[in-house]
Design a binder for this molecule. Sequence first.
Ligand code: BGC
Length: 430
Amino acid sequence: MMAFDQAQFEEILKEFTIDAERLREIAANFRQDLKLGLENVDACSLRMLKSYVGLPTGKEKGEYLALDFGGTNVRVLRIRLEGAGKYEVVKKVGKPLIVEGEYDYVGAGSTADQMFGFLADLIDEAVDGDHETPYLLGHTFSFPSEQTDLYNAKLIIWTKEFATAGVEGKVVNDLLKEALARKGITNVTPTAVINDTVAVLLSAGYQTGDTYIGSIYATGHNTCYLEPYADSGEEPMILNMESGGFNKLAPNRFDQEFDKRSEKPGEQRLEKMVSGRYMGELFGMALAELLGEKGKEYGFTAIDMSDIILDGSEAGDKIAEMVKAKTGKELDAKACAQVKELASALVKRSARLVTATFVGTLWQQAGKGKLKKQHIAVDGSVYEKMPLAKDNIHLALSELLGEEAAQVDTILDNGGSGLGAAIAAAMSQK
Ligand code: BGC
């Protein structure tokens, strides 16, 4: 039975702790970056990408196709918008982008043609092979893309460790259109591309209202908001901040080391500290030090961390079992409790950092005035399912906003990525 070195454990835990003062500083840095970015995007670590769409009225109607592409699972939905914030999913199909031993459309060995061919096949399934009825398709494409209008979105750079060749720098809807044409599906017209954060905000705007910030807290992380362009006379537009790239943070040595060995070093620094794709690996790195095996990789995932945190047994039975299976080491009860503490600290840090960016955005929105009463719409597995995530967001909101925290709540916008794409397709017809 193995125990941890107490001093080493405390030191590591401290490295994953962000106190109130530091958190406030990070929120202020975020606001500053946002402000800079509105004037000169090269001066900040956000991308501030234009979406060419504002908020919906809630009255949008009609049947549309929605392609939701951005994580390990791709979905295509046929959605009927009924107006008055109501909708119905008529059909839904979905497939993973990787099936181990069978296919892989996201690895460096895969090509754009293969990836988009796979998407076209899924679209074919969603229309039941009907090549007659015309459909407009909204495409939620959850990667940083440079847009010139609602249709034209060029992938700037892959994130979330995607590496498919021949997509970076391309107009993604052109790739999709070509793939559809190759398969004879000419009745489906891609008409709008939006980021998943934008989709979530559109979906919350359609159904709930009073929402100006949309966020994804899942495999990846990012936030968008409605920029009022108050003094310029321009129409309000949703800006995709690509906040996952925010870098005025306090990365610890694990973050630094992990970034170096990632697919895109230097990029997505916030995302690598908070999102589901990376949390398990950071946790594994810290655990390896505690187990005296620095540098060893065990393959822990965010789901493993969730299981660890949820283990309520006194002796940490499930934790012991999991650690044994992944690392070969047998831990005593105290070490199991410490493993749980470590996982909890990582989740807490993640939620606090995400909240700091929400608050930076709210501060910028309020300017010198008071906060507007509102919801922040969030979708994603970490927000929805990771124990401690929501609680720590709420705690950090209170910590940073004090009494004004009563003005703001976060709402789960489950499935917003799909619905938002259909709404964008409807809005493209204006
Ligand atoms: C992408 C964003 C996306 C986020 C959530 C990030 O890796 O850069 O565009 O919104 O993941 O899916």
